[in-house]
Unconditional design. Structure first.
Ligand SMILES: [Zn+2]
Length: 410
């Protein structure tokens, strides 16, 4: 297994100082400062590999996280879009978790009841496996149009497919003829770097209509910075938003932000907006976060290397004590955790409840992914849960399997 090397942020800042600063992809100002840097991390982290050899040879890129003082946006200034590879092998779905499904059902009910998304044409940009779109179509008697290269229509029943249409491509200006009453975009904007250009494409597709609702959901970077969650900073996510930077982007692109709130233990941001003729002014208290975000970016810069060292030592100690630590959740957080902390043999396997992941290998590190049932024979002493929101769910599953291990949250 290969490792990545970390450079401290002083070096990153020095490098940035010698080059000319890039304009912010969100607001086009050149007032960004480097706060965090990791070399040679896998370009994708949820694209699972069929063999260990293919996994360790997976393309890599660098992370140079910079904070824009003008709009509060964070971006990987070293991001190279040509390393992207979104295909049906991209296994991002979280819908095998009861906890996640409860959240999805509550959000669907909210969108149908509170925002009246009923009997509408719903276009979802970056719909993934379209599981959420299917739920929204069923609950609100909507018709769904899902656009995503990783779509797998064969996973749906004929009845579900009768309420949906799929376009197996990356969304672009060419899809502006796909007219809809609701434009949904969940966990996609953070994978796009020219965020302003992308939102302009969405706005142009709406044209003169005013009765269109736009709903975006994405990770909130605030908690990532606040709790120094370095495992939430990885190559696939080239763009990082707070409530304020997200609202500023929408307002500049001629939308009114109708509502903006946090969900999923403050991990996600949800925004509902409507098109306007011209840019709009900030109106919600949650948008006023620029000074707070600047302070949090500095705190992350100060604490990140200490946090990385803490986890490297903790997992290393578990391993040396013969406690066979395993990570639970073979997603992006897990790949970032292992590659950033430089962990290899200290962890032998990672576990995931998504049956499509078992038998595959993590990109870059080559760790094999096993199912919870397979974990029984492995007899781990410690299970590190990559997202603490699943702690109860994981403990329950371990109890059912009769696995007596210490459960640790990140
Ligand atoms: Zn900016």
């Amino acid at each position: 297994m290969a490792t990545s090397t970390q450079r401290n942020s002083d070096q990153a800042a020095a490098t940035e100082a010698h080059g000319s600063p890039k304009p912010c992809p969100n607001c086009h100002e050149t007032r960004s400062r480097a706060i965090y840097s990791v070399d040679s991390i896998p370009a994708h982290s949820v694209l699972l590999m069929p063999t260990q050899d293919a996994a360790t040879k997976y393309p890599r890129g660098d992370m140079r996280l910079s904070f824009c003082e003008a709009c509060g946006f964070l971006a990987n200034s070293a991001f190279d879009v040509t390393l992207n590879e979104y295909s049906p092998d991209y296994e991002e779905t979280q819908h095998f978790s009861a906890r996640f499904n409860r959240f999805a059902d509550e959000l669907v009910a909210d969108l149908v009841e509170r925002f009246g998304m009923r009997n509408k044409r719903v276009l979802e940009i970056g719909c993934g496996k379209a599981e959420f779109l299917r739920r929204l179509c069923e609950a609100g008697d909507n018709f769904g149009i899902g656009v995503d290269p990783s779509i797998r229509p064969e996973r749906f029943s004929a009845e579900a497919r009768s309420k949906m249409q799929f376009v197996s491509e990356l969304y672009s200006e060419e899809h502006s003829d796909l007219k809809a009453d609701v434009i949904l975009c969940r966990h996609t904007l953070e994978h796009i770097q020219p965020t302003r250009e992308f939102l302009d494409v969405v706005r142009r597709s709406i044209g003169d209509r005013r009765d269109v609702q736009v709903c975006f959901e994405l990770p909130d970077v605030r908690i990532v910075l606040e709790e120094t969650r370095f495992w939430d900073v990885y190559y696939e996510h080239c763009s990082y938003f707070s409530a304020g930077s997200l609202a500023r982007l929408f307002r500049e692109a001629s939308f009114d932000v109708v509502d903006l709130w946090r969900a999923y233990d403050d991990q996600y941001l949800l925004l509902v907006a409507e098109p306007t003729e011209r840019p709009t002014q900030a109106a919600l208290p949650i948008e006023d976060d620029l000074a707070e975000m600047s302070a949090l970016a500095s705190a992350f810069e100060t604490h990140s290397q200490k946090q990385i060292a803490h986890w490297r030592d903790t997992i290393g100690t578990f391993h040396r004590e013969g406690r066979k630590p395993v990570l639970w959740g073979a997603g992006s957080k897990c790949v970032a955790f292992l590659t950033t902390a430089g962990l290899e043999h200290e962890v032998e396997v990672v576990v995931d409840i998504n049956p499509y992941k078992a038998g595959k290998f993590l990109p870059a590190t080559g760790h094999p992914v096993i199912s919870p049932e397979q974990l029984k024979g492995y007899e781990p002493g410690v299970v590190v849960v990559m997202n603490s929101i699943y702690l109860d769910e994981v403990q329950k599953q371990l109890d059912q399997l009769g696995i007596d291990a210490e459960v640790v949250g990140t």
